[in-house]
Design a protein around this ligand. Structure first.
Ligand code: BDR
Ligand code: CA
Length: 314
């Protein structure tokens, strides 16, 4: 099987970091053409350093890391140090990277990779605010029709929001960018809070990462132990939701997930619900069905996949 070429657009963040590791640990199925960074969980300089740390931890420094947009299309950047810590990757001691960031802007890299590949081959995997992706779609209008698919983590409908009552973080940080992406016409699959809140990191999962006995296992155990304390305290959950790795797991084993093709629109105006992903789950309108909205996951199968793949690296 030829590996599926992907671009990971990301704002690491512990859960982004684990998603990157999962993708890099799956070379038979996924060819990571580039990692592009965006401001989100922490400012751009940190998300970029954090992505470089992950390619080094995985021993995959040939994968280029491009730095992208340092703030949303409009307004000021909102960050989430209250979840991820000051570095974005608090919880593990990782050496400063020696690998250099790739020359050029992430937006140009996305456009170049997608437009120089055969049409319908590249999958974009956004794990953070959609600023880079929207800017690329705007810069090269042919891009949407050339993509195979966009598979992203963002939004929430049945679960509400995690940043405002109605908005999830990635969409809330840059609703105008999300609006561009959801209107672009490319096939879209969404891994929203509705599914990631079922992929909870439980103590037995943490033990499995530690038991790997590798640098990767130790790092993931430390990162996720730190990361999940916020959601457990804030929401009273049994464990922290492992959001972003759901995107990569969906590419590797879609049979672990269930969802439905629906219409999704982004609220950009209302001060009360700005950043909301409005999902027409019951087909109440005649608008376009522009996204597959995932709601269910086999959580044990997801963690089995993750632990199994991470066992193979580091
Ligand atoms: C999303 O926001 C970030 O904090 C996480 O990395 C994830 O992408 C969850 O709302
Ligand atoms: Ca993220």
């Amino acid at each position: 099987m030829t590996p599926r070429p992907i671009i990971i657009d990301t704002d690491p963040g512990q859960d982004d970091a684990v998603a990157i590791l999962l993708a890099l640990a799956s070379p038979e199925e996924l060819e990571v053409r580039a990692i592009t960074t965006v401001a989100g969980n922490v400012p751009l300089a940190l998300t970029t350093v954090n992505a470089l740390k992950m390619v080094e931890l995985a021993g995959r420094t040939e994968v280029p890391v491009y730095a992208g947009c340092d703030g949303p299309l409009h307004g000021a950047l909102i960050t989430a140090e209250y979840v991820h810590g000051r570095s974005g990757l608090d919880g593990a001691t990782l050496p400063e990277p020696v690998t250099a960031v790739a020359a050029g802007h992430a937006v140009d890299a996305i456009v170049e990779i997608v437009t120089s590949a055969p049409p319908g081959t590249i999958t974009l995997c956004p794990l953070g605010p959609l600023t880079n992706v929207a800017t690329a779609l705007d810069r090269e209008p042919r891009m949407a029709a050339m993509l195979r698919e966009i598979v992203l983590m963002g939004g929430g409908f049945f679960e509400g929001g995690n940043t405002t009552p109605t908005a999830e973080f990635n969409i809330y940080v840059d609703p105008e960018a999300a609006d561009v992406v959801f209107r672009c016409g490319a096939p879209i699959t969404v891994l929203p809070l509705d599914v990631t809140h079922r992929a909870l990191i439980l103590p037995r999962h943490l033990e499995r990462f530690a038991a790997l006995g590798t640098r990767v296992g130790e790092a993931v155990h430390g990162l996720l132990t730190f990361y999940e304390r916020y959601d457990v305290a804030k929401y009273g959950m049994a464990g922290g939701p492992l959001h972003d790795p759901c995107v990569i797991a969906y590419l590797l084993k879609p049979e672990l997930f269930r969802g439905k093709l629906v219409g999704v629109e982004i609220e950009t105006e209302s001060p009360l619900t700005r950043g909301m992903t409005v999902v027409d789950w019951w087909g109440m309108t005649s608008g376009p069905r522009n996204a597959t909205w995932i709601r269910e996951v086999d959580a044990e199968g997801f963690f089995d996949l993750l632990v199994g793949r991470l066992a193979a690296i580091g």
